[in-house]
Each structure stands twice: as C-alpha cells, then as structure tokens.
Write a new protein. Structure first.
Length: 428
C-alpha cells in the first residue's frame, strides 16, 4: 500500500480540477489501484497567487526541478501548457524514469514521436487522453477500442471554444468578441486564444487523432487549417436558411493508403448528428471499415471534464506500475505516410457570390463550373434589398479540391463576379 506520489506541473484551470478529483475521489481511486495517490509537489509560476483549492503548506513551488528531480515522485502530471519548457521538463522526467500524464496537445502534436521514443527507451508511460476532446476518452477508444479495425474517417468538433462561439452566434446572434471573452472567463480558451479561433488547436488535435487512427506519423504541417475568424453573421444566416449550421470541423480521411487531414469551418446539414453538438461540447465521428459509423460526444474543455481524463490516465499508469508493464507504446505509427493530392480530396462545397445583376451572368458562372467538371447540386439567387448586385448561392456535388481552386481562380478573372463572399466545405 505504498502511496503513489504525483508531481503536478501547473495549478490553473485543469490543475485545480486534478487536485479536486484526486482528493475528492481518493477512496474510489485507491480501491481501483490498491494504493493512495498523493499529490506531492505542485509547480506554479507565481506562488503568491490566490488559488481556488486549498493546498497544504510547502507543496507549491516555483522551482521546476523541485518537482521533476524529486526522488519521491513517481508520476509527473503536466498541465502548465507551452512547448519549450514543458518539453525540457518532460524529457528530463522520463530520463529519470518518471511516468508522464499530459493535457498538452501542442507538445504532443509537435514532439509526440520524440517524447514517446524517449518514454519507450526508459520504459515509462506517457499518456495524453486529455489532450484531445477534454472529457471524451477518444484516444483510448482509437488505440484500444478500434485496434481491430481499419479506420477510414475521423470527423470531429474538437475545439470547445470555437464551438461555443459559433453556437452563441448562431442561436443568440451574439457578437464574436463578446462570446470569446465569455469562453476565456469560463476557462475554455487557450492562454492565447488565437490558436483556438484560427483552427491551430483543432489542427494539433487532428494531428494526434489521425496519427492514432491511421497508424501513421502525421505532422502538424500535413494538416491544412482554417479557423473561424472569417465566419460572418451572414454566412451563419444563409446556412440556417438552407438547412445547415456552421461548425469548425476537423476531417481526416483515408482512401486506400492515402490520407488527408484538414480543419475548416464547414456547413453541416441540420439533420446530421454533429450539427446538434452545441456549446463547449465536442464530438468525434469515427468510421471504421468493419464497425461502420460511431460517434463519441462530451464536454471538450473545462476544469473537471479535462481533469477526469487526466486522472483516468493516472489510474492507468498506476495499474501498469502494479503489473510492471509501463512503457509499452509499441506499434502506434507503423505505416508509411502518403498524403492525398488535391485531385484526390473531394467534398461538396457551398459558395456565396456577389455578381453583376444582368442577363447571361448566371449562364457564364455555371459555364465555369462545367469547364472544370464540377457538377452543381443547387443554384439559388437570393433577393437582398440592401444590395444592388445579385447574390448567388451555389452548392456543388462532390468535387475535388483542385477543380474548386481552378473555378475560384477563374472567378477572379471575370468582371461579372464582383466578389466570392464565402466558400465552405459541406458535410452531411
Ligand atoms: P492555465 O489555467 O493557464 O494554467 C496554467 C498553470 O501552469 C498555472 O497554474 C501557471 O501558474 C502554471 N504555469 C504556466 N507556465 C508556467 C511556467 N513556465 N512555470 C511554472 N508554472 C507555469 O491553463 P489550463 O487551462 O489549466 O491548461 C493547461 C494545459 O491543459 C494546457 O496545455 C491546455 O492546452 C490543456 N488543456 C486545457 C483545457 C481547458 O479546458 N482549459 C482542456 C484540455 C487541455 P500560475 O497559476 O502561478 O500562473
Ligand atoms: N482551448 C481548448 C478548447 C481547450 O477550447 O477546446 C481544450 O483542449
């Protein structure tokens, strides 16, 4: 019954939740792992800051090596965020034989292979369930639950902040700036929310999910990412009128052995289950060749949901410790990476165009689509009293990304097309 001692790096939103769960659920945790789990030391930036949980005297420190090089500590839980310092601390902890649990998708997306290799060398666990989709156990699902299947598509809402913003803009007509401020106050947003709103946070999460799902080492640069800062109230309104909602979707697809991974604001058909995922909730759709369609839903950020995943990882590490089987990361990415070309990436598209309101314009526009073999599902001219131009909405059938780029490029050269107001991928 020797206690397992934990060093916590960070006592912000998530760190506070970890303390609450480890202390509040101690009896249950102890029954599962057979030892008490004790938080021995906590690294913070400012020791004098007022905390939301009471911490025994002497546990807080501003010196990282007090935690990382502490011989009493068996497991490091990293919830401070950032990349450079964090990587140094984690690599040092691993070289000292300490296991690591982290919520840090930035670090795992950029340096995951190096960290996992180091862990394997030192027979240590590195677990990072909380790094994607907060409280949803999606990493364990991909690695263990689908180990028997071949995954062909992972599609998800994996950023809580942007889903919270889009939901409030869509349902309450709220302004982008006000909702972002609210998400920050609720502890959902990253310390620099640019990574949330520009799709970088979601791209990092899709790097992790696609690496695990396709068993290929995906790099962050393999993910094409676009955020929500260009989504307008008008786009949301048009989407609504046509039976769609705008969601920031991460989409990873595999066809034969070629994969593509992207993050972009997407028009999702109202009837699709992912369209109903609102607020800070996340959802991940996983399609497997054998299993078919599955969906995992839950809170994607916030103190206790995120801490739930972290403490579950902690339990897994301690169970491995008891069995003496830590550090078995083998076989996670064993396939060769082959990225799809733009000609191989297909989907439906929505376009809103402002065009000259005169005879023959519609015919000229549809001719451009025909030239590049893009077939149209619907074409709609919207009356808009405040706009002397015609507003044309087009939804294509499945078209490849290269052909759509050529269409858009040609529109730039046509005097009848005054502006391509928006282009969205369409799902559902
Ligand atoms: P946070 O509220 O900003 O807390 C960060 C904590 O780390 C603070 O306690 C801070 O100390 C400490 N810290 C930061 N830099 C440090 C440094 N250089 N040296 C020592 N201490 C340092 O962040 P968070 O929201 O809890 O997020 C933590 C991690 O979890 C991030 O990687 C984030 O991406 C990930 N994550 C967050 C959520 C969420 O919902 N928030 C969900 C999933 C994953 P002080 O308190 O003294 O300032
Ligand atoms: N900022 C992230 C989000 C936190 O909003 O989803 C959870 O990773």
């Amino acid at each position: 019954m020797k206690p397992v001692k934990v060093g916590l790096l960070g006592l912000g939103t998530v760190g506070t939740g970890v303390v609450r769960i480890v202390e509040g659920h101690q009896e249950d945790l102890q029954s599962q792992v057979g030892s008490p789990i004790i938080i021995e030391k906590i690294l913070v930036q400012n020791i004098s800051k007022l905390r939301n949980v009471s911490i025994a005297e002497g546990k807080l420190t501003e010196d990282p090596w007090d935690v990382i090089r502490n011989p009493e500590i068996d497991v490091i839980v990293e919830v401070m965020g950032g990349i450079e310092h964090t990587k140094e601390y984690i690599l040092e902890a691993l070289s000292l034989g300490k296991h690591v649990v982290t919520a840090n998708k930035d670090l795992m997306a950029l340096h995951g292979p190096e960290i996992l290799a180091k862990a394997q060398k030192h027979r240590c666990d590195v677990m990072y369930e909380a790094s994607v989709a907060g409280g949803i156990p999606i990493i364990r699902t991909l690695v263990e639950g689908f180990s028997s299947d071949r995954i062909t598509k992972i599609m998800g809402i994996v950023n809580g902040t942007t889903n919270f913003i889009l939901t409030k803009m869509s349902q309450e007509g709220a302004s982008y700036a006000d909702v972002l401020k609210e998400a920050q106050e609720l502890g959902y947003a990253e310390s620099d929310p640019t990574s949330d709103v520009e799709g970088i946070d979601a791209a990092r999460k899709m790097t992790i999910l696609s690496t695990l799902g396709f068993r290929v080492n995906v790099a962050l640069d393999d993910v094409s990412a676009k955020g929500i800062s260009s989504v307008t109230k008008d786009d949301i309104l048009y989407a609504k009128r046509l039976g769609y909602v705008v969601k920031l979707l991460g989409i990873a697809e595999r066809q034969d052995d070629a994969i593509s991974i992207s993050v972009q604001p997407t028009m999702v058909k109202h009837s699709h289950p992912i369209a109903a995922v609102n607020g800070v909730f996340n959802a991940v759709y996983v399609y497997g060749e054998a299993v078919g369609e599955t969906m995992f839903y839950g809170p994607g950020a916030g103190e206790l949901p995120t801490a739930t995943s972290i403490v579950a990882d902690l339990v897994a590490v301690v169970k491995n410790l008891k069995l003496g089987v830590n550090g078995q990361h083998g076989g996670m990415a064993y396939k060769e990476k082959k990225l799809k070309t733009d000609e191989q990436i297909t989907s439906k598209y929505f376009m809103l165009l402002h065009v000259a309101d005169r005879a023959g314009v519609l015919a000229r526009i549809t001719q451009v689509f025909a030239e590049f073999e893009v077939s149209l599902e619907s074409v709609l001219q919207q009356p808009n009293a405040s706009n002397p131009e015609a507003e044309i909405i087009i939804i294509t059938h499945d078209a490849n990304k290269a052909a759509i780029s050529k269409v858009l490029h040609t529109f730039e050269t046509l005097d009848v097309v005054h502006k391509v107001k928006s282009v969205y991928r369409v799902e559902g």
